[in-house]
Write a protein that binds this ligand. Structure first.
Ligand code: BGC
Length: 750
């Protein structure tokens, strides 16, 4: 009886429970039918399409152009003075887009938000030097988490322009000179950012390879060369990273501004790569309404920086004139919303107010990247790692008593801990918005903390004679040499500025145990290289750079970074020894009317005659030896390779044993290069970054990425049949083993 009663009660309660569940499910189904854009089971583009159908014409027109907050006349109450703001449509759950730069953390310099801080990652080149997609992901995930907590939902992160010129002012933001490395790491950054359900942006599409005259230069290059270099980096970043948005660039490409370039925005990005998200313009990079919209631009960003709000009233007028179709407007909005939905933003709106941030954990993430990305370039006589015993050490220059240098421009992060040194610019293209800024991460303090028995002092290096005297009195001298780089300007030369070569010479002459630490935006010339025993490339090492450097110098962690960019011996080794400059300003500024160019200068060509032979391929093509090759970096551990076995066929590659013959943990970065049957210069086809315990031996296989084995021929990718030379190497110039493999079938790649 009791049991029967109990069963009845349970049955009743189940039944009672069933009714609301069933009702709720039915309500949800009805709601989904009425509002199909909320149905998470449908593909993003389908949901976006449903939203477009529910929007009014006015709502659609408002979503295709965005404000530049610092110049917005009457800012809405919820506007953060950051890079961009596009009001949403609350009745449909369409979010307001709140955009921030974030190449190296959530940027906050342009707008100078009072008291606002963020975690500063090291330079993009440091991330690239890790050769580690997992660390690139971690950096992106950290910046994305911080951005979401600050209520941002679109990050202008993911710069993947290849380093064609060592002096390019923005190299530090990017990921080096190789398309496979840069594309793979950019994809990882994007996935990291978007793991927070916000949008990441791959930029600047494409061939924005120098800053001098960036808004008016016409980058010229043949199609196969473009496909096999810069576009390949973008293709990998876009296909593997699946960013919500792509940003077109300032420059022209083969005659058309990239933001109105049908070849780039429609033929390549849409028709071939099948990219579903949206194309936003760079800030001030729009020059037309009809041409841009019909070529494939979906959203005008930072409208106050353009000559007109091209995608505002003129857009509606062009529609009325039949020059832009309703369908085109719908497509533009659908693509924006596809990015909003596919990134997870639509279903996970950002908080309305700022949330707490775990800055300690985030700083650790920045330090991990710095430690893995610092590159040991020279270590004669094993002068490094430094011993912890009592000795006299003098640090010289680079404000090493208080901090580490960072790069300038829209990516600038004013970091947690404050800015110990800030120097405004008095001239130059970047003067209006960039200043020389240091992060509060003192190498001096970090070294003192690691070596409490050493006597560690600092001299500022402005007086070479005084620095030399201090070096002479010390056991070890460490010179911190700096080269500040910024968006909007290229380096005037590859030589260290401010007489630092003379400083290094004076110090090295006074003390043969002198170590040079370079905090630079890329390669610099090193006329003193034979006179110093050790050189460490620290890039801009981010907000924990001082601590990371100290740990590398003392061998607390092994030096495992590898160069993502070749270091020239002399400038005559380069395809272009200096930036190509615009011709003189035309007296008739109106001759430039319509370009929207703030400089008033006429357009000028930059011919990329090296084609796809960027970086190390250029050196190989010319048969010249750089000072330090792409992929190069020393470690304290002794790493050797044995029993390399190459295979051809469907999955060409190499299997090899890596031996850590030392008593310290390290990471090995074996690289696989390929020379195609046509003998064109070698290409990086794959690599591994393997963490090895002391005395560990590990067998790894590196498979060549098929995208690097193909050439662009006619209208498609063709992987030729024939004999491929595979090279296992420690860098682009040092082979460990070489094998010839045969690929029998030629193949057209998708
Ligand atoms: C830069 C972009 C940046 C934008 C917004 C432009 O000057 O080229 O990289 O995202 O400003 O700050």
């Amino acid at each position: 009886m009791t049991t029967r009663f109990a069963k009845a009660v349970i049955g009743l309660s189940l039944c009672l429970g069933c009714a609301p569940v069933a009702l709720m499910a039915r309500d949800a189904a009805v709601a989904r039918k009425a509002e199909p854009w909320r149905d998470r089971t449908r593909p993003a583009a389908e949901r976006a399409d449903a939203l477009v159908k529910a929007m009014t014409r006015e709502e659609k027109l408002a979503y295709i152009h965005g404000l530049f907050p610092p110049r917005t006349a009457t800012p809405p109450a919820d506007m953060i003075p950051s890079a961009g703001y596009v009001p949403g449509v609350p009745r449909l759950g369409i979010p307001t887009l709140r955009e921030s730069d974030a190449s190296l953390g959530v940027a906050n310099q342009v707008e100078q938000r009072k008291g606002d801080v963020a975690t500063a990652l090291p330079a993009g080149l440091a991330t690239a030097a890790t050769f580690d997609p997992a660390l690139a992901f971690a950096g992106g995930a950290m910046a994305g988490a911080e951005a979401r907590a600050k209520t941002f939902n679109v990050l202008l992160a993911g710069g993947v322009n290849l380093t064609r010129d060592a002096w390019n002012g923005r190299n530090f933001e990017y990921l080096g000179e190789d398309p496979l490395l840069a594309g793979t790491l950019a994809a990882a950054v994007v996935r990291g950012v978007e793991s927070n359900h916000i949008i990441s942006t791959v930029k600047h599409f494409a061939l924005n390879s120098q800053e001098t005259g960036r808004t008016i230069l016409d980058a010229r290059i043949g199609e196969p060369a473009l496909r096999e270099s810069d576009l390949l980096a973008f293709e990998i970043a876009v296909k593997d990273g699946r960013p919500g948005s792509v940003m077109c660039a300032y420059n022209k490409l083969n005659g058309d501004y990239t933001c109105e370039n049908e070849f780039l925005l429609t033929k390549v990005l849409r028709d071939e790569w099948r990219y579903p998200g949206f194309v936003m313009s760079d800030w001030g990079a729009v020059h037309s309404t009809v041409k841009a919209a019909n070529a494939g631009l979906d959203q005008q960003s930072g409208q106050e920086l353009d000559k007109e709000i091209y995608f505002g009233a003129p857009f509606a007028a062009a529609m009325a004139d039949g020059k832009i179709s309703e369908a085109r407007l719908d497509t533009m909005v659908r693509r924006i919303l596809t990015g909003v939905i596919s990134s997870g933003l639509y279903d996970n709106p950002t908080p309305a107010t700022a949330q707490p941030i775990d800055y300690v954990a985030h700083a650790d993430a920045a330090q991990r990247v710095a430690e893995a990305g610092i590159v040991l370039l020279k270590n004669q006589g094993g002068i490094l790692p430094l011993a912890k015993r009592a000795q006299k050490i003098v640090l010289i220059g680079g404000h090493a008593d208080v901090g580490v240098l960072s790069g300038g421009g829209s990516s600038q992060v004013r970091s947690v801990g404050g800015v110990p040194v800030e120097i405004p610019l008095t001239s130059g293209a970047a003067a209006s918005f960039a200043r020389i800024t240091y992060h509060n991460s003192s190498p001096l303090k970090a070294i003192r903390a690691l070596a409490p028995n050493a006597e560690v002092s600092f001299v500022d290096g402005t007086n070479p004679a005084a620095a030399a005297a201090a070096a002479k009195a010390a056991d070890i001298a460490i010179i911190f040499a700096t080269q500040w780089q910024t968006e909007a300007q290229d380096a005037p030369s590859l030589s260290l500025p401010d007489n630092q070569d003379a400083l290094i010479d004076a110090v090295a002459a006074a003390n043969p145990r002198s170590v040079v630490v370079l905090e630079t935006g890329g390669p610099v010339l090193m006329p003193w290289i034979d006179r110093v025993p050790a050189v460490v490339q620290a890039w801009y090492p981010g907000q924990r750079g001082g601590e990371a450097l100290a740990r590398i110098l003392y061998g607390e962690v092994d030096a495992t970074g590898r160069l993502p960019i070749s270091f020239p011996r002399t400038t005559d080794q380069l395809p272009r020894p200096r930036p190509v400059s615009p011709p003189e300003a035309k007296s008739d500024a109106a001759s430039n009317a319509g370009s929207g160019d703030p400089t008033g200068l006429a357009a000028f060509p930059v011919d990329y005659q090296e084609g796809a032979d960027v970086g190390y391929r250029w050196y190989a093509a010319k048969g010249s030896q750089p000072l330090f090759p792409f992929g190069y970096g020393l470690s304290y551990a002794t790493i050797t390779y044995r029993n390399a076995r190459f295979v051809g066929g469907a999955k060409p590659g190499v299997t090899v044993e890596i031996v850590n013959a030392s008593d310290r943990a390290t990471a090995a970065v074996p690289q696989l290069y390929v020379t195609l049957p046509d003998g064109s210069p070698l290409r990086l086809a794959g690599w591994r970054r393997e963490q090895l315990k002391p005395r560990e031996t590990r067998t790894v296989t590196i498979t060549a990425d098929p995208r690097v084995l193909a050439r662009w021929q006619g209208n498609s990718w063709q992987r030729p049949a024939g004999i491929y030379q595979l090279t296992l190497a420690t860098d682009a110039a040092h082979a460990v083993a070489t094998g010839k493999v045969s690929i029998a079938k030629s193949l057209a790649l998708p």
